[in-house]
Design a protein around this ligand. Structure first.
Ligand SMILES: [Zn+2]
Length: 319
């Protein structure tokens, strides 16, 4: 599994900009996108106007639509210009429709469904190799535009406001604590998050599994709804933020006329960068609208109390 490093992926990005017009153009355009800063329940949120993301925010992700389209993460369907760096059964490729100045997609080489529990260790190892980056995961019904092909994404750490707010949060309630790590709960800007702070991947994975088992799983769902962000700190701690979800898209996504806001929240949006693919949404969305969207798609206080009970009531020693 050698060959994956920050230097290698940044060289890949440089080369792809040099040899692939779509990438060069879209990364250049990103420097010109308009942004607004809002305060949502005391939390910093950046609103980004990014029409190129329409293909993702408006993606049809129901089973029938997915079955009809060629999978854009499978090797045979990817653009000929796209190169990558293989790591185990994954490949790191440049995201040609970026939200971040350095934005990568990390699909599995094989076409296999988007699932987290068996791959959380890989996610943590990726975050360990790519120090200075945040690796993130959108559940199959929580913003992944390819729910049928397993993938992570990575972007430079610190770009999403939530990352610093998690690191400085004083409102965390510890659910489990041991010598190799802790699992705590924090509500930041109206978003209930679980934070795993571990010394190593094995401990982080065990804490994640404990949380995963306590998250609500509804009928017909492949896994509990969630977004996950993961990074390694300068002190070599593995931080994993799990944002459990109660639903995929808010009601305003489906509304008619003036009530419509085409916002399809995924990790990045809940991380504090709300991406608007329509200019009209970008111009009129307010802090109250975003607060309402966060409340609608995240879990409630009652859910948190139930999850915390389940986590604490399990008597097994995880360390
Ligand atoms: Zn595929």
């Amino acid at each position: 599994m050698a060959g994956l490093s920050v230097e290698a992926i940044e060289a890949l990005l440089g080369n792809q900009k040099a040899e692939w017009d779509t990438v060069r153009l879209n990364y250049a355009k990103l420097g010109l996108v308009r942004e607004r800063e809002l305060c949502v329940h005391g939390s910093r949120v950046l609103v980004q106007c990014n029409p190129e993301r329409r293909r993702s925010s408006a993606a049809q992700v129901d089973k029938a639509s997915i079955a009809l389209r060629p999978c854009f993460l499978c090797t045979e369907n990817r653009p000929v210009e796209q190169r990558g760096i293989v790591w185990g059964d994954y490949i790191v490729i440049v995201n040609p429709y970026p939200i971040f100045a350095k934005h990568f997609t990390i699909p599995t080489l094989r076409h296999t469904a988007q699932r987290i529990v068996s791959r959380i260790g890989d996610m943590m190892r990726l975050a360990g190799l790519l120090e200075g980056y945040t690796v993130f995961y959108n559940g199959p019904e929580c913003g992944a535009s390819a729910p049928d092909h397993c993938h992570f994404q990575a972007a430079e750490h610190g770009a999403m406001p939530l990352e610093a707010e998690i690191e400085h949060s004083l409102r965390q309630v510890v659910a489990i604590e041991g010598p190799r790590g802790s699992l705590s709960e924090a509500c930041i800007g109206g978003r209930h998050c679980y934070v795993i702070d571990a010394t190593d991947v094995e401990a982080g994975q065990k804490l994640f599994e404990r949380l995963y088992a306590a998250l609500p799983l509804h009928e017909g769902q492949a896994e509990p709804l969630m977004n996950v962000l993961c990074w390694t700190t300068a002190q070599q701690r593995c931080i994993t933020v799990v944002i459990p979800r109660s639903k995929h898209r808010p009601a305003c996504y489906f509304a008619d006329g003036d009530g419509r806001l085409l916002i399809s929240p995924a990790s990045v949006d809940l991380g504090g960068i709300v991406v608007c693919s329509r200019v009209e949404d970008f111009e009129r969305i307010s802090a109250d609208d975003i607060a309402a969207i966060f409340t609608e798609v995240c879990i409630t206080d009652t859910d948190v109390a139930r999850i915390n009970d389940m986590i604490k009531n399990k008597k097994t020693n995880i360390f």
